[in-house]
Design a binder for this molecule. Structure first.
Ligand code: AMP
Ligand code: ZN
Length: 458
């Protein structure tokens, strides 16, 4: 039985899916810059969750949003839209910025051996659904209009703030009420009006005026569209508890009369000198900057798995270097094992399951691998088979049949599209798709029987 800590109930619960297929929604990146390794910690935790569910024979439908509009520089619904700001600074269009950093993000996930979601959905692709959600909220009396947009009236919801244990009188201590016209400090923007003095690149018509949706609305509209509600698990980093997820729950309860998700899970921060790594505070470390220091993405993954997802990690160069040598050492020990197929050790499998099914206890799971490797009573073949089985959850590429040889679904879909274009003799389109595939790190080769896809190793 898988046990997961639910931020909503504040306890570990036995996991029972609502339907045959587990519905999983994870808040995705705001694509205005490269992801830093703190952001990537959140996606590693979610990958372990998904792989643990697979390992326990669950089917999973995983949806992740790409925030390409509506996330402002301040949680107080003021400040600039992050994408528009980045576009101005880099002298690019907002659409180019979003596309560029979305591709960079997908490449990071691939380097970290994170299984991509079944559905990626951009906020800009669901504007209609978001407008419809706001209309429903309006009809039910939860909205009001002020000068700069349509807001959600949090005082209309009896249990607003239950996820974060917010108290009505003392909501978010220290929260500044920057928008004077707001009725309550916790009220949040559902739709913001474009300011007449600044020409936005991303804006749409709506029943209330031209503008763009608020960040908290997109996740409700998208998860509702692709998973139906309620679904099983909703994840993000701990910084989402107080505002973003609290406001998602508020909209869902107001519009549909029920919570969006049954379980809410949150990953702790990656800190730098005891402070949350963040884009604004400097000390911004990316996977590419780690690579330059000879720390591989998988070593970073190994470092993250060494701490439980609900405990903070203090990142330092020393810890990264020791993870690099730790993983190399483990790989070396595994490569020295005699090859051949054996059975998975039932004792170690149970020990591993007890760790990973106990709210994703990855430090204990890693410890189990080390104890197993050093256990002289087991044959090499059993050790190899057992490690390979555990690696389905850990994703450290501990076996020869590496997942990098498996072609991601997204590439496969593109290749099929290209083949169709070729058959219709639309060679311009076919070439375009070939380039797209190449940009994602794969090469496509035409052979007599059709085509072959391989990883571009240069
Ligand atoms: P963003 O792209 O800013 O929307 O954030 C993407 C994800 O990274 C969210 O789930 C955040 O909660 C998470 N996150 C942001 N900073 C950190 C950090 N320093 N450590 C761990 N997770 C983080
Ligand atoms: Zn979200």
């Amino acid at each position: 039985m898988v046990k997961l800590y639910n931020t909503l109930s504040k306890k570990k619960e036995d996991f029972k899916p609502l339907k045959k297929e587990v519905g999983l929604y994870t808040c995705g990146p705001t694509v205005y810059d490269y992801a830093h390794i703190g952001n990537l910690r959140a996606y590693i935790f979610e990958d372990i969750l998904k792989r643990t569910l697979y390992y326990n024979n669950y089917k999973v439908k995983h949806v992740m949003n790409i925030t390409d509009v509506g996330h402002l520089t301040s949680d107080e619904d003021t400040g600039e839209d992050k994408i528009e700001k980045s576009a101005k600074e880099k002298k690019k269009t907002a659409w180019d910025i979003a596309n560029y950093y979305t591709d960079a993000f997908k490449k990071d996930l691939e380097d970290l051996n994170i299984i991509p979601p079944d559905v990626y959905v951009k906020a800009t692709e669901t504007i209609e659904e978001q407008i419809n959600l706001i209309k429903t909220l309006e009809k039910k009396g939860f909205t009001y209009q002020i000068k700069d947009g349509i807001y959600f009236d949090t005082s209309k919801l009896r249990d607003y703030g239950e996820l974060a244990n917010l108290k009505k009188v003392d909501l978010r201590p220290g929260a500044r009420v920057e928008i004077k016209e707001k009725k309550n400090p916790t009220d949040f923007a559902l739709w913001k009006f474009s300011k007449p003095e600044e020409k936005r690149q991303m804006e749409w018509n709506s029943p209330w005026g031209r503008g763009f949706p608020g960040w908290h609305t997109e996740c409700v509209a998208m998860s509702h569209k692709y998973l139906g509600i309620p679904f099983d698990i909703h994840c993000g980093g701990v910084d989402h508890i107080c505002v973003h997820h609290t406001n998602e729950i508020a909209q869902s309860k107001a519009a549909f009369g029920e919570n969006l998700s049954r379980i809410w899970m949150h990953g702790e921060f990656l800190n730098l000198k005891d402070e949350k790594m963040s884009k604004s505070k400097g000390g911004f470390v990316t996977l590419n900057s780690l690579k330059k220091e000879n720390i591989s993405p998988l070593s970073y993954r190994y470092l993250i798995l060494g701490t439980h997802y609900r405990s903070p990690v203090n990142f330092s160069k020393d810890s990264a270097e020791s993870a690099e040598s730790g993983l190399k050492n483990l790989q070396k020990r595994i490569s020295e094992l005699e090859s051949g197929t054996g059975d998975v050790s039932p004792y170690y499998r149970e020990r591993f399951l007890n760790a990973i099914n106990d709210d994703l206890n990855t430090p204990k799971a890693l410890e189990t691998i080390w104890v197993l490797i050093k256990d002289d009573s087991l044959s090499d073949k059993i050790k190899r088979a057992t490690v390979e089985s555990f690696d389905r959850v850990l994703g450290l590429k501990l076996k020869d049949d590496r997942p990098e040889k498996i072609i991601p679904k997204e590439i496969d879909v593109l290749a099929k599209e290209r083949e169709k274009a070729r058959q219709k003799k639309d060679f311009a389109k076919a070439d375009d798709i070939r380039e797209k595939i190449k940009k994602r790190g794969y090469l496509i080769e035409d052979v007599e029987s059709g085509y072959k896809i391989k990883k571009n190793d240069q």
